[in-house]
Design a protein around this ligand. Structure first.
Ligand code: GLN
Length: 486
């Protein structure tokens, strides 16, 4: 039965709810049951909000009964644990926030709630979103539903794993350097990082504010458009929020990509890329050509190789400033023993994990007097070059197609002792954040039974173009319909 297997998409569930063939309470109960059955294996949830979810489901059923339903009403959603949820624990998978219960909702959560969404819990992640595997969570590691000995990617690994395992119908994640797209790729689901400024960051616990962006993790492209419709748009509480009104993102899903110009930048087929990954992305691009797009296979974006280095100066610099607020006084964990300074030092010593401390140290070093010009300022200049190179490419192409990750999901423990190896997981996703562009990851093949994701990058605010291309590809293939046999 579909509900017990809980593999309904948002648009399928919406139809059943509207036709009163299914109630939100039934759907929510079935989802919670599945969560409780699978969590001992997957470990995607930091918090399951059973009671609250059932209450919201009852309310949603009333809304549906009075004809007030919209596409998200009554449908379960999982929220990454770095987005504030009023009255619900929000840990960022850090000891520092292990007991933090926000007094307000993030704008995205507020927007979903206004639409009658049912929040079923908060998902595991790398501590403060720093990582590519969820192994940096101070709580526990999430397992990939396709192979439990492997990582689900990160930092939104809990959100991606739960969507893949059918523990939720969709989820929200955040993406600073690839944290929506890389776990989406590793778990065989769809993940969108919107243009910087398209979705409000209000209530998102800040990691690197000039790069962070919230977006959906879903089972298909139509669902992705539906969620973006709900969360996109201006918010006066986020000063970087874009004023232009978002379109209806479902309208571009026509399947017609004839005449669209697609570029394939060769620098993304990095040295050491797994041959099956490169082959799958080339085959997927050939499919787009078959569907009527014109493809240029010989594009060069020469500054691409510098993006990783730029990111690992800018992101830690912003993180070191953002994380200065955790002093044991205002939020969460507080060490109390001696003098004020001792308490502050010990709070940060015990409250933060190794990766977070590493980033704070790199960031404070890069920003310190004498080094600022050599590192931070230089990185900002190269950032501008990378952005200009994309601008230039987009005068010729409507979209760029690349792999998401050079490899399929790796084994738990394989890279955790080698931070630089781990950082390399994001070579293909990071340039997009550096330039503030929108990009989507969609399933595009398998190697050894493990999913491979294709990245489609668009011009600023051209989410419609990349959704259109992704949707056309999805209609012509069935990768997105495959599910892990968990
Ligand atoms: N893996 C990258 C990092 O560790 C990106 C994380 C993210 O997008 N939040 O910083």
């Amino acid at each position: 039965m579909i509900i017990n297997d809980n593999r309904l998409t948002i648009h399928e569930a919406h139809k059943l709810l509207k036709a009163k063939e299914l109630s939100s309470v039934e759907l929510t109960r079935a989802t919670l049951e599945r969560i409780h059955n699978l969590e001992p294996k997957v470990h995607a949830f930091v918090t399951v909000t059973d009671e609250l979810a059932l209450k919201q489901a009852q309310k949603a059923d009333q809304l549906i009964a009075t004809g007030g339903a919209n596409p998200l009403t009554g449908i379960p959603v999982l929220i990454k644990d770095n987005m504030c949820t009023k009255g619900i624990l929000t840990t960022c998978a850090s000891k520092m926030l292990e007991n933090f219960v926000p007094p307000y909702d993030a704008t995205v959560v507020e927007r979903l709630s206004e639409r009658g969404a049912v929040i079923i819990g908060k998902s595991n992640m790398d501590e403060f979103a720093m990582g590519s595997s969820t192994e940096n969570s101070a709580l526990f590691t999430t397992h990939n539903p396709w192979d439990l000995s492997r990582v689900p990617g990160g930092s939104s690994g809990g959100s991606a794993a739960a969507v893949a395992a059918g523990e939720t119908i969709y989820a929200l994640g955040s993406d600073t350097g690839g944290s929506i797209r890389q776990p989406a790729s590793f778990c065989g689901v769809t993940g969108l990082k919107p243009t910087y400024g398209r979705v409000s960051r209000y209530g998102l616990v800040a990691f690197a504010s000039s790069l962070d962006q919230i977006g959906p993790l879903t089972q298909d492209v139509t669902d992705c458009a539906l969620v973006l419709n709900a969360i996109a748009g201006y918010d006066s509480r986020d000063s970087t929020s874009a004023p232009q009104p978002p379109p209806d993102y479902t309208r571009c899903l026509s399947g017609d990509i004839k005449g669209l110009k697609i570029g394939v930048p060769k620098e993304y087929f990095v040295e050491g890329i797994q041959p099956e990954v490169a082959a799958a992305i080339r085959a997927a691009t050939a499919k787009l050509e078959e569907l009527g797009a014109s493809v240029d296979w010989e594009v060069s974006l020469a500054h691409t190789p510098y993006a990783l280095a730029v990111y690992y100066i800018i992101a830690p610099s912003e993180a070191s400033a953002n994380l200065a607020r955790y002093d044991g006084v205002k939020y969460g964990f507080s060490y109390e023993a001696g003098s004020m300074w001792e308490d502050l030092e010990k709070t940060r010593e015990y409250g933060f994990g190794a990766e977070v401390k590493r980033r704070i140290m790199i960031g404070t070093y890069a920003l310190s007097a004498g080094y600022y010009d050599a590192y931070y300022l230089k990185a900002q200049k190269v950032r501008t070059l990378i952005r200009r190179e994309f601008d230039q490419a987009f005068t010729k192409y409507d979209a760029l197609v690349t792999p998401i990750s050079p490899t399929v999901p790796f084994k738990i423990g394989e890279k955790i002792d080698n931070p630089l190896q781990m950082y390399l997981s994001d070579v293909c996703t990071i340039p997009v954040n550096i330039a503030g562009l929108p990009a989507i990851s969609i399933p595009a093949g398998f190697a050894d039974g493990l999913p491979i994701g294709m990245q489609i990058i668009g011009k600023p605010f051209a989410e419609e173009t990349i959704l259109k291309i992704a949707h056309a590809y999805e209609q012509a293939t069935d990768w997105h319909k495959r599910r892990p046999g968990i």
